[in-house]
Design a protein around this ligand. Structure first.
Ligand code: HEC
Length: 156
């Protein structure tokens, strides 16, 4: 099993301090490292996507990540994956993204924040919170319903 970045972070902080105290390590979870370990294989460097493989995460999606509905949709995609036809930045995809639910809430919040703020350049966007991810975990949808959520969130 891949060790959790969050746990490694807590361990390093604990050793450095020489104390067993709960440090606010979640704030330090490295979204860029998670992206490089997992997402980059499909979404490419800079999350610009690749036609036929995986969509860009830094176009419309990041620009509209100020909308609560878009944020909820993104959190839902990382916890349950996505499949079926979508159109992104004028490109058609009909592929499968595997669920990333094995990552912790902190890791998934950090990687989405990295995508939108770091790679997408949306400096004003609020960071994703672990609670956004746990809320998504509590929701289960069919791939079709999730694609309908996408349309509703990005449309208009
Ligand atoms: C194995 C390849 C793969 C990996 C790894 C992967 N994705 Fe995806 N992702 C996809 C594909 C393919 C789609 C589009 C699925 C479809 O065609 O319906 C997608 C869609 C998405 C979407 C929705 C895009 C949109 O326009 O609606 C988000 C958000 C996303 N991925 C984020 C991530 C993040 C963050 C990670 C890393 C934690 C990640 N993905 C890892 C392949 C991948």
């Amino acid at each position: 099993m891949r060790p959790s970045l969050f746990k490694l972070c807590g361990l390093a902080a604990g050793l450095a301090a020489g104390l067993v105290i709960a440090l606010p390590c979640a704030a330090g979870t490295d979204g860029a490292a998670v992206y490089q370990q997992i997402c980059v294989a499909c979404h490419q460097a800079g999350a610009v996507g690749a036609p036929g493989l995986a969509p860009s995460l830094v176009g419309e999606l990041s620009r509209r990540a100020d909308r609560p509905a878009v944020r909820a949709y993104m959190a839902q995609v990382v916890v349950q994956g996505l499949q079926g036809p979508i159109v992104s930045e004028g490109q058609s995809y009909n592929s499968v993204m595997p669920s990333q639910a094995q990552l912790s809430d902190d890791e998934l919040a950090a990687v989405l924040t990295h995508v939108v703020v770091g790679l997408g350049g949306q400096a004003q966007a609020a960071p994703f919170k672990p609670e956004d991810i746990s809320a998504a975990r509590a929701t289960r949808q069919s791939p079709k319903a999730l694609r309908a959520q996408r349309e509703a969130a990005l449309g208009g």
